[in-house]
Design a binder for this molecule. Structure first.
Ligand code: ADE
Ligand code: ZN
Length: 349
């Protein structure tokens, strides 16, 4: 059922979730590659796909865990070859983000997925950066790129990737860590994160998605990350929840992703409302929207529909958290907070 037709929530709340300004901080640009665009780019680039149609490809999106998704996600990215492909990919995301009233996006990209296939780093970064500039000009959306290291590859490979990206340093603000969590703990990347820190880059990492709560602590203490991507398995440790709340460590949570990858059985069982109650700086994001059935507003709408006790107060807190957790200055955060309250006054006051 489409989120907008979910009967259980009042219209003004749905309008607020859609219309309120928000930041998106956990979005893999390769995960916004819709099947239609995969087919269009495959035709443009002469890439043969193992699926006969968009519908057949979409039908394959039934995942049992993170790895079963990653296998398809990396295969999908094989149609991205030229700078204009990366531009088209990112600009298509920004069109969806504008419709969702995203005012700011911090966007992950996985250069190793592309450079391993012979795509130049410059084509990846320039195509994405160009789309970021165009999105600002056309939609007023500010954005920044975060380079993710693939944790199933070696730390040496991550070092080589950082080195190859440094000529484009002005186009990205930080580094992250994604891909298969099992068997690839944060400490595997301690040295390359230390180097990124010396370079003045922001640091984030996926942790506590499939891995246990202890990996969240390692990401904080060894990698010294400023935000945790996912982090939902912090619920296994009351002491860690207390720490995350006290230190206001943001969690970039992705509810639909967690259901599709079987991290939680369903949205009703999702821990995000409890994390908000515990005072954490939890945010809502879409992760890989083309694969998980919804962009950021779909995540808000469906989570709120599954938790009838969530209302205007939680909506406001989540938007404020998204600004607080972003890597922008305090004045801009205050401006967005004022815009948020004006929208709440208009729609729910
Ligand atoms: N890469 C893209 N989406 C991811 C996720 N949810 N977890 C880890 N790596 C990813
Ligand atoms: Zn992710």
């Amino acid at each position: 059922m489409a989120a907008d037709t979910l009967p259980s929530r009042p219209d003004p709340l749905r309008a607020l979730l859609r219309r309120m300004p928000k930041a998106e901080l956990h979005l893999h640009i390769e995960g916004s590659l819709e099947p239609e665009l995969i087919f269009r780019l495959a035709a443009r680039n002469g890439v043969k796909l193992p699926y006969p149609s968009v519908e057949a490809l979409r039908a394959a999106y039934a995942f049992t865990d993170l790895q079963s998704f990653l296998d398809l996600y990396y295969a999908g990215a094989s149609v991205l070859l030229k700078e204009e492909d990366f531009f088209d990919l990112a600009f298509a995301y920004f069109e969806r983000a504008a419709a969702d009233n995203v005012v700011h996006a911090e966007i992950f990209f996985d250069p190793q997925t592309h450079t391993a296939r012979g795509v130049p780093m410059a084509a990846v970064v320039h195509g994405l950066a160009h789309a970021c500039q165009r999105a600002h000009a056309e939609y007023g959306i500010s954005s920044a790129l975060v380079l993710c290291f693939l944790r199933h590859l070696s730390e040496d490979d991550a070092f080589a990737t950082l080195e190859a990206a440094l000529p484009h340093r002005q186009h990205f603000i930080g580094v992250g860590l994604d891909s298969s969590e099992r068997g690839h703990p944060p400490e595997k990347f301690a040295r390359v994160f230390a180097r990124a820190r010396e370079l003045g880059l922001h640091l984030v990492a996926h942790a506590g998605e499939e891995g246990p709560a202890a990996t969240i602590e390692t990401a904080l203490d060894v990698l010294k990350v400023e935000r945790i991507d996912h982090g939902v398995r912090c619920t296994e440790s009351p002491a860690l929840i207390e720490r995350l709340a006290r230190q206001r460590v943001p969690l970039t949570v992705c509810p639909l992703s967690n259901v599709k990858l079987c991290v939680v059985p369903d949205l009703a069982a999702h821990p995000l409302p409890a994390l908000l109650d515990a005072g954490l700086c939890a945010t809502i994001n879409s992760d890989d929207p083309a694969y998980f059935g919804g962009y950021v507003v779909d995540n808000y709408l469906q989570l709120f529909a599954a938790h009838p006790r969530m209302g205007v107060q939680q909506a406001r807190q989540l938007a404020l958290n998204s600004f607080e957790a972003s890597f922008v200055g305090a004045e801009q955060k205050a401006r967005w907070a004022r815009e948020l309250d004006a929208v709440i006054e208009r729609l729910a006051g």
